[in-house]
Design a binder for this molecule. Sequence first.
Ligand code: FAD
Ligand code: NAI
Length: 467
Amino acid sequence: MATYDLVVIGTGPGGYVCAVRAAQLGMKVAVVEKSASLGGTCLNTGCMPSKALLHASEMFEEAAHSFAKMGVGVSAPKLDLPAMMNFKQQGIDGNVKGVEFLMKKNKIDVIHGRGKILGTGKVEVTGSDGKAQPVETMNIVIATGSDIARLKGIEIDEKRIVSSTGALSLDRVPGKLLVVGAGVIGLELGSVWRRLGAEVVVVEFLDRILPGMDGEVARQFQRMLEKQGFAFKLGTKVTAVDTSGKALKATLEPAAGGPAETLEPDVVLVCIGRVPYTEGLGLKEAGVALDSRGRVQIDSHFATTVKGIYAIGDVVAGPMLAHKAEDEGVAIAEILAGQAGHVNYDVIPGVVYTTPEVASVGKTEDELKQAGVAYTVGKFPFTANGRSKVNQTTDGFVKVLADAKTDRVLGVHIIGREAGEMIHEAAVLMEFGGSAEDLARTCHAHPTRSEAIKEAALAVGKRAIHM
Ligand code: FAD
Ligand code: NAI
């Protein structure tokens, strides 16, 4: 008899949520975690610390630039970076303790150490003392997440050349920060350090920022960031960083070829994506296949190529997002309990937590055009939204994309403050296959920024009231 019904390797949002759901469904569950701290990338070096710094740095900027016009007189704010980092750490600790509590509450055993899969039903866990312990289980879920992608020839020392992890813990504000990659991390952490005083230059290989997001949204968002002081070098790559001198010397080349230029940043942040993390898991020996991009290969029920072994989260295909990992964790737990666990990949919101925020769910215009789907667009700017006007936070707009024939909402894209909170009414509507008309006829409280969503839905039928 196996000791456990389920052993989950990794306690990020995919792993710990899977464990909790499985325990709720009556399974005897253990989680294996190689790090001293539970919660994975998200809680320790990802979502949570970045959001704490985004919040604190936004307050810093607001105090300096927005309070006075509202009649709130404060002297020029002074940055206490160690205190801000302490604020960040308290947030991490609080959330990690929360996961520890959930493990206890749900009677989930926590086994500290590096998990290695020996085959169906067999995991070996090696602790920090080097001692290996066998664990027997009916099922195994791999939830080992992802790691930073590296640039060939550019070594990350997490001091002067940093990944997101180092960028979350710099001990001083860099004079000049060179960000490599205009994706989510580059724009979020670039925002943090720009607000705190750094000059930020973002180098992006492609000719646009935020690939994957709606093109119009990305273009407008880039203009807003430029107004804030970001400099972008699109269609450009960083080919080398010379660390021999006191100042770093970064070589930049046009992606299409051409003469190189040199920049002298204090810190380089490399954020060109993340790669699945499978190191030391013993997958090859166990016969668990990977796809061409090194992700654990799964079928539509999260099953790997070996019986009784499943995988979820960043280590498998799909958007590398905490909520996608969580939902997959719930789905596989339910499948293992004989239920119909399922994730709707068409309705996974994506949010960039900058100011303003960018939030998106469903198809972009580019995707609909490419798929040859006839669609209608309803757009509404926050300049015409009463609440945004009184708060003087009118940057951005809401865009609703609906099927031209059926009026079914296919995508919603928002730039604006609190967009990350607002996007979910669109997600719920889309889960129910709702139409722009449904959204337009739903009573929205006044005055809220969410009324802009209703107005954008009205605009699909060319009948927005306040525009
Ligand atoms: P992870 O969270 O990576 O957890 C994997 C865990 O497995 C780790 O704890 C690791 O130590 C453990 N592990 C690995 N191998 C073994 C082994 N052999 N044995 C034992 N344990 C092992 N996503 C969002 O949705 N919103 C955000 O705002 C957001 N912000 C981010 C900001 C940054 C800076 C970064 C880097 C990422 C951010 N993400 C965000 C992405 C998010 O962190 C990931 O999508 C999410 O953490 C993936 O969850 P996971 O459970 O698959 O893996
Ligand atoms: P990303 O995939 O979002 O962006 C990477 C960017 O780097 C892309 O624009 C890409 O074109 C560019 N790039 C790639 N190679 C390059 C090169 N050699 N030179 C210049 N540019 C290059 O990846 P990022 O920002 O590293 O984030 C990793 C993951 O973490 C993302 O998949 C994201 O989903 C997740 N994340 C999510 C957040 C959120 O939901 N708010 C916040 C932060 C991270």
